[in-house]
Design a protein around this ligand. Structure first.
Ligand code: NAP
Length: 539
């Protein structure tokens, strides 16, 4: 199937958008099939999320021994992690190590953004156009654009008047920023704000933090890794990854306790919550089986979390503002921090609650909220992303019979298994909406999808089948199932980016699949074993 014209031609077997973890592994697998593949990447290097998010304090919230590829023993043995939670520079170095080891960069065209992709019915090819004037064709078109890659600065009036410098955490300058001696305004208290504020406050003369929603945060408990645990992982990683794919979150450093709250004694509950809080990370959301399912059970964990958080706040009167009380714990992404709450207690850091009185505008000198102008030399927008759909719909995708994906998804994303969408033949999404994606260890979910897509393309190629497309019926059923399963959890209660709630006008629906990586993987296997049931295969 490899294109006879070879590299440099404008015809490819597959075009992949994005060279983060997903695009890199997809490229590797398709090349092994003998396909001629082109990757387009907007950044100047590989890395995706970890290429762009270079803000101070950027760090993964999944442990590094699990947040790495698990498909090659050779690759994993050649790399040694240094910290329990790797910082952004180390993860980016790892990605470059993998790209170089597998010689991936020769098939990646950097500094190139894909503008549009149009399916041509008669030829069965996708025509892909980029901002650098490329106009290429490919049988398969694969979106490896990540779930949190369309950075969003809210539409504040007056930003163009601001005389200082401003930054978004998701597009941080490569040379870094020195805030020494400055007054800095930070807007947003999600993971990015909570990670960056302590480091910014270490440098700046004064920091004003604008908080719209107080978030649950727990100490990350970061530390250097010990030789023994590194070695143990090297010996067992590939086996462990098979197991990780059977778990709800693709993470094995903790287990979800399936016992319901009412079946436990108060001492047992306290023990579970305490030990998981101390462990740090998402273990806290698995203390008992109904923690994310009923308000009553969740409240017990939320009260515990608030109590622990309060102990860390020493500035008089501050704890009340910092206590999250408008959403069940875990329904907005849990934050892991290092010294966040302690930092807010420092004399040169102020917290402004903009929940009741939103930010009115940006002025020449700073931020205006509730009639007060907060003067700043720099503004940091830690305001998040147009999550899950933003990067996909950033490309103008047109499928069969002129169907626009933007139109089709106007009321919310519709996919079959988060992998494909009816009306868009041979288009695959890696960790698309409707798959576990952001509720899991992303790399486990990426590998699950890439392996499935590779097997599927191999089946098509070997069977001389030109086209695969989700049927509308299978898609409707899956969308309904995704909604139904989300409805069995507390997740839809929060105004979160999982729900699209952070983007004004975006349809509100829970986008990831809450059924878990293991159950979802069984469904993927069944579909493939039944010769891609729910998809139409054609000439
Ligand atoms: P985020 O969780 O969406 O947080 C954005 C923050 O900006 C929220 O506090 C939000 O308030 C606030 N905000 C947005 N618009 C605003 C406005 N107009 N006025 C005032 N405040 C406004 O974004 P993020 O912190 O970049 O994190 C996104 C996700 O990326 C995380 O949940 C996580 O999955 C991932 N991430 C992971 C790590 C890690 O691995 N450690 C680090 C960073 C990010 P509301 O809550 O009220 O909307």
């Amino acid at each position: 199937m490899a294109n006879k014209e070879g590299k440099g031609s404008t015809n490819y077997d597959a075009v992949i958008v994005g060279a983060g973890f997903a695009g890199m592994y997809m490229l590797h697998r398709l090349r092994k099939l003998g396909l001629n593949v082109r990757v387009f990447e907007a950044g100047e290097g590989v890395g995706g999320t970890w290429y762009w998010n270079r803000y101070p304090g950027a760090r993964c919230d999944v442990e590094s021994l699990e947040y790495q590829y698990g498909f090659s023993d050779d690759v994993q043995r050649g790399w040694t992690w240094t910290e329990r939670y790797a910082a952004q520079p180390e993860i980016l170095r790892y990605q470059n190590y993998v790209a170089d080891k597998l010689d991936l960069k020769r098939d990646i065209q950097f500094s190139t953004r894909v503008n549009s992709a149009t399916y041509d019915g008669p030829s069965g090819l996708w025509r892909v156009e980029t901002d650098k004037g490329d106009n290429v064709q490919a049988r398969f078109f694969i979106m490896a654009t990540g779930c949190l890659s369309a950075a969003r600065v809210p539409d504040f009036d007056g930003l163009e008047d601001f005389k200082g410098k401003w930054y978004h955490t998701g597009g941080w300058p490569h040379e870094g920023v020195d805030f020494t001696g400055q007054r800095v305004a930070v807007i947003g208290t999600g993971s990015s704000g909570i990670q960056s504020i302590p480091i910014i406050a270490d440098q700046a003369d004064h920091v004003t933090v604008f908080q719209r929603t107080a978030n649950f945060t727990l100490p990350a408990g970061n530390r250097p890794l010990q030789d023994e645990e590194i070695q143990e992982t090297k010996e067992t990683l590939l086996e462990k990854r098979k197991f990780a794919r059977t778990t709800p979150g693709g993470i094995i450093c903790f287990e979800y306790n399936e016992t319901l709250l009412e079946e436990m004694t108060p001492e047992e509950v306290q023990h579970e919550l305490e030990s998981r809080w101390t462990q740090g990370g998402f273990a806290f959301l698995g203390a008992y089986g109904d923690e994310m399912a009923t308000d009553e059970a969740n409240k017990v964990a939320a009260d515990f979390a608030r109590e622990q958080m309060s102990k860390r706040v020493t500035k008089p009167g501050l704890a009340e503002t910092l206590m999250p009380n408008d959403h069940p714990v875990g329904t907005k992404r849990l934050c892991l921090d290092t010294d966040y709450l302690e930092t807010l207690s420092k004399p040169h850091v102020d917290l402004v609650n903009v929940r009741e009185h939103p930010i009115e505008r940006i002025t020449e000198k700073g931020v205006l909220a509730d009639g007060t102008e907060y003067v700043a030399d720099a503004i940091v927008f830690a305001t998040g992303f147009d999550a899950m759909t933003g990067a996909i719909l950033g490309v103008d995708i047109t499928g069969r019979d002129g169907l626009s994906l933007r139109d089709k998804w106007a009321a919310g994303p519709r996919t079959y298994l988060g992998l494909g969408s009816a009306g868009f033949p041979n288009l695959f999404f890696i960790t698309g909406p409707g798959s576990p994606s952001v509720l899991s260890n992303m790399i486990v979910s990426i590998e699950q999808h890439v392996d499935w897509i590779t097997d599927c393309i191999s089946r098509l190629t070997n069977g001389n089948i030109g086209m695969i497309e989700a049927t509308p019926e299978a898609e409707d059923e899956w969308v309904e199932h995704v909604n139904e399963v989300a409805g069995m959890t507390l997740y839809p209660q929060a105004n979160s980016w999982y729900m699209g709630a952070n983007v004004p006008g975006k349809p509100r629906l829970f986008m990831p699949y809450t059924g878990g990586v293991g159950i979802y993987g069984e469904k993927l296997d069944e579909v493939a074993a039944a010769d891609y049931e729910g998809f139409r295969l054609g000439a």
